[in-house]
Write a protein that binds this ligand. Structure first.
Ligand code: UDP
Length: 393
């Protein structure tokens, strides 16, 4: 089940690994959450969705959009019953998919399970969504040991939690290999990036987090404008997220800065190519924090909390918060010493490119798994347990 661009990128290697197995038939279903970006990302991997759900676009609140997704996915499971559903991460699609599967009695596998900030308000609603998926899923694929420990601390049975690495590293390595295999693609990308950067070192920026919309995002954009002003010998490249709440703030502050390039969202191949060249990445994206270490690029995480402490502990990322002065001073320090040199060759703490293979093998070995029964307790008004029903197996 795939709703957004990062889900498409992170599930593509799992889909490809499963498609190589004759024992399973994979149905790739796009929920319709971000139809264009998810579709485009799948295309980079040569994957065509089998099913694309139609959503009511009139819904304006997070709750109404969630309800629409749950309804559409439930109807899909009704029409095309599945033996298992695989969800990824912490989007509305992931939780709606897990809940729809729960109602249909279909076991749920959760890819990139166990990420936590410990703060329900940040990132919102993602922290709540991923916590709610955990008790529903019967297979939890934790990308790192830290994520695995988070799940165990929440009482998930150890035999249901598997340390796999993050599939985004597989995706990245696959795309990088495809670029270098094709002389035409390499030439196209090289000519494109030279035109874009005028041959200057690149600072790559992505911003989209909902918690930053409004004045916080404007403040981050102002810090970037000041950094670009100081480092005119660098090209600042921003593929701008299509959400008007993002593009409005970004364009109003940065549109006239001569060494800033504001672009439409990039195809995965193009974005990976720019990452591989960047001197610095400034981002609030989760996936980008997991990818940049493969290229040894320093990252400024312009958020107040991170569920990806591994990037910070390994020295790739700094959590700057959203204060413009702190962002400016952290960016200045890194660019003044020439960006990435000291990180080159350090291992990516999020994986080694074999996560999807492990996940596919685990999915195949657990084809007979059932919906977890748990020990649900109905509590009387007095607070005392009155009965302990079991879900049917
Ligand atoms: N990405 C992309 N094109 C872009 C910007 C990002 O393909 O113009 C990729 C990026 O490499 C990463 C993913 O999109 O794999 C991150 O998506 P996003 O930041 O939207 O979501 P998050 O990771 O924060 O959930």
């Amino acid at each position: 089940m795939i709703g957004t661009r990062p889900e498409a990128i992170k599930l593509a290697p799992v889909v490809l690994a499963l498609q190589r197995e004759s024992a399973v038939r994979v149905t790739v279903c796009l929920s319709g959450q971000h139809p264009t970006m998810a579709h485009d990302a799948l295309t980079s991997f040569g994957i065509a969705p089998d099913v694309e759900l139609a959503l009511d676009r009139a819904a304006t609140t997070a709750g109404a959009r969630f309800t629409g997704l749950h309804r559409a996915i439930s109807a899909f499971l009704d029409r095309l019953p599945q033996d298992r559903i695989v969800v990824q991460g912490d989007t509305s699609t992931a939780l709606a998919g897990a809940l729809a599967a729960f109602h249909a009695g279909v076991p749920v596998a959760h890819v990139e399970a166990g990420l936590r900030t410990g703060n329900l308000a940040g990132p919102w609603p993602e922290e709540g969504y991923r916590r709610m998926i955990a008790p529903i899923a019967d297979l939890h694929f934790a990308p790192t040991e830290w994520a695995r420990q988070n799940l165990l601390a929440e009482g998930i049975a150890p035999d249901r939690v598997h340390l796999t690495g993050n599939t985004v590293v597989d995706a990245l390595i696959g795309i990088r290999a495809a670029i270098s295999r094709s002389a035409d693609t390499s030439l196209r990308l090289d000519a494109w990036q030279r035109g874009l950067s005028d041959g200057k070192p690149i600072v790559l920026v992505t911003l989209h987090r909902r918690e930053s919309h409004g004045s916080v995002l404007t403040g981050i954009a102002m810090a970037l404008r000041d950094l670009a002003e100081e480092f005119r010998d660098h090209a600042f490249v921003l593929p701008v997220h299509p959400n008007p709440a993002v593009s409005g703030s970004i364009r109003s502050v940065l549109a006239d800065q001569p060494n800033v390039r504001l672009l439409d969202p990039l195809g995965y191949e193009d974005f990976v190519y720019l990452m591989s060249l960047a001197s610095l990445i400034v981002t609030d994206s989760g996936g980008v924090q997991e990818e940049a270490p493969t290229f040894g690029v320093p990252i400024l995480v312009v958020r107040n909390e991170s569920e990806r402490a591994e990037a910070i502990a390994a020295g790739f990322a700094q959590l700057t918060g959203t204060d413009p002065d702190r962002i400016l001073s952290a960016g200045r320090k890194i660019l003044a010493r020439g960006g990435r040199a000291e990180l080159r060759g350090k291992a990516n703490p999020f994986g080694d490119g074999t996560a999807a293979k492990r996940i596919a093998a685990l999915l195949l070995s657990r084809r007979d798994a059932t919906v977890p029964t748990g020990e649900p307790v109905i509590v009387s008004q007095s607070g005392r347990p009155v009965k302990q029903p079991r879900f049917a197996q």
